[in-house]
Structure formats: structure tokens, C-alpha cells
Design a protein around this ligand. Sequence first.
Ligand SMILES: Cc1ncc(COP(=O)(O)O)c(C=O)c1O
Length: 363
Amino acid sequence: MLLNKVVRNFASSSAKVPQFVPITSNTGIAGAVGNTPLIKLVKLSEELGRNIYGKAEFQNPGGSIKDRAALYLIKDAEDRGLLKTGGTVVESTAGNTGIGLAHICRSRGYNLVIYIPNTQAQSKINTLKLLGAEVFPVPPKPYDDPENFNHKARRHAESLENAVWANQFDNLANRNAHIETTGPEIWNQLNGKVDAFTCSTGTGGTFAGVTRYLKDVSKGKTKSIVADPPGSCVFSYVTSGGKSLERSGGSFTEGIGQGRITDNLKQDIDTVDGAVFIPDGETIAMLYRLLDEEGLYLGGTGALNVVAAAKIAKDLPENSNIVTILADSGHKYSDRIFSKKWLQEKGLLEHIPENLHKYIVYP
Ligand SMILES: Cc1ncc(COP(=O)(O)O)c(C=O)c1O
């Protein structure tokens, strides 16, 4: 009955025809990557008198921003003739690129081998396995150690026929994904009024690619500021004018933080307008606040990016538009970031206001 009524009402009024129709993908899951909504963080924007927008990358088929890079890395290998039917993709990843690759590999009939630091959330490892990947969790090692996960992945690919090491850190196909998709989407979604962009970096593909596109299309007017967690060298690199790679401590965020300037980041790092350092206490507080006030259930990097956007907003004129990346959702990390014991162990509990402790649902 109710359904009939709705249908009749809809049919009788041309004004009810939706103006926007989400895309139809005729190329399977690959065509469903990207074209994500841009969400205004209404309460935060009201408080700041500046508009903070988050790109809802958790809405990608594999659940993160890294689906975009995964698709471009595979297309790049295919275009260069390195990957043929039945071939194998090998990659070193904190997890999300691996998950993106796993979806695309399944849909195109490729095998997938993943090297992942054994410090990452178990749920990412489980997801990779259930998507058919062969997974090698390995101890984290510095880049110049031959046992670093990148070198292990490269050697693995070299030992196989019809196999490619995707090399997301230094393969510029990653950055191209954001020059060709994320950047233009943001620009169009705000009709060209993008005053500032910020996000943190893992491979640097997102930050570098979006920065390159926005700087070009705005003729240098859009400001781009890189955000960095503890344990990463990017803040120190930018603020020292490229002289220092100093870093100390560590972060609970996963998928971001670097000990070097990757080839993807190197392309555009000299065009940035600055860097902000975001301590974990501010990130976890924002993660809980966004859940409570905006209804957004984010992973740590998305929350960190919003902290950075809010800091940058304070130095910009009223009504400026500041865009950042909501890289993934909280699902993969929930047994950590919503566990009282884990928060206590990491020294993060004290940063969460008492009235938000109701969200700490695990012991
Ligand atoms: C949750 C999350 N946020 C941010 C990033 C960083 O993105 P990029 O590698 O493009 O710098 C990653 C990378 O894996 C990630 O997994």
C-alpha cells in the first residue's frame, strides 16, 4: 500500500524526478571506483565559520581511497604489457591498497600476493585472505634494510613468470590516479572554489596528485598543506626546506607516515604551502567527535586529516572552503580504537572527553 502510494506520487509529479543519478558502471567493479560524495562537516564548519569538506573515500568498493591507486597500478601494468591473463600482482602494503588490488585482481582473473607489516590490524589481513590473496605478514624494517617489505615483494615478483610488483610508493601511476580522478572530482564538486586542500601521506600519491591538479587548475591559488603524524619525516622535510628527514615516536594511525620522500611525493613536495604536525591525542579526540557530531565512523587517518583541515581553516578568511580526505571507515580498527584497554595502553584514553566515553564499547 505504502509503496503504491510512493510510486504514484512520484509518477504524478515531474518535480520529483531526481536531478542527479549516480554513475552506472559497465566495466564491473573497476568503473565503481571513485566518484565519491564530498561531505560538508556541518557542525565543525559552523563552529569555525569556514567550510570543511571531507571526500567520502570510505564509499569506494574496497572501502578506502586506495582503490583508486590499486586500479591505476593494475591498468599501468597491463598497459606496459607486464601483466597478462592469469598473471600475478605482488605488492607491499599497509593493507588498504592490498584490499583494493584484491577486488580488481578477482574481477580480472589475476593472482595476488601481499607483504604487510605484522603490526597492522588483523582484520585487514583477514579481509585480504578472504578476497583470495596470499598474505605474508612481516616484521617492519627500514627501507634500506633488504628485509623491508618492499624489497621482499619486488624479489617475489622477480621470481615468478607473468608477475608484476605494483610498487605503489614509487610508481607514478598511483599519483596519476589522483591527478585524473580525485582532484577533478573535488574541483567540480565545489564549482572551482577550493581555497585549501590538506591530507596526510603514506605513499604520498593522494596528496601529490590532488595537489598537482588543484595547483594547475587554480593557477596556484589553492593552498596545499601536508599533514603528518608522529613517527613520520614529512613535516620535518617540508619545514626544514628539504634539509631534514628527522622523525620520532609513532602513531596509532595506519597507512600513513613515512621515513623517506617517495617518488610520488617528490614530484610535488616543493609546491606545497606548508605542513602541519598532528599529535595522536588530537586525532583520537576528533575521531570520537566526528562520530558524535557528524555521524561519521572514520579510521584514524580521516580524523587526522580533519584536525589538519580545522587548523588550516583558522588562518583563512571566513567562508573559505577547505577540503580533506576521509580515507576509510572505522570498521577495520574498531577492536582497537573503541577498546578501553587499548586506548589506555596507547595513552589515548585521557584525550577523549568524558561525555564521549559511551562510544568505547569494547573492554
Ligand atoms: C587509511 C589510509 N589513509 C591514508 C593513506 C595514505 O594514502 P597515500 O598512500 O595516497 O598517501 C593510506 C595508504 O595506505 C591509508 O590506508
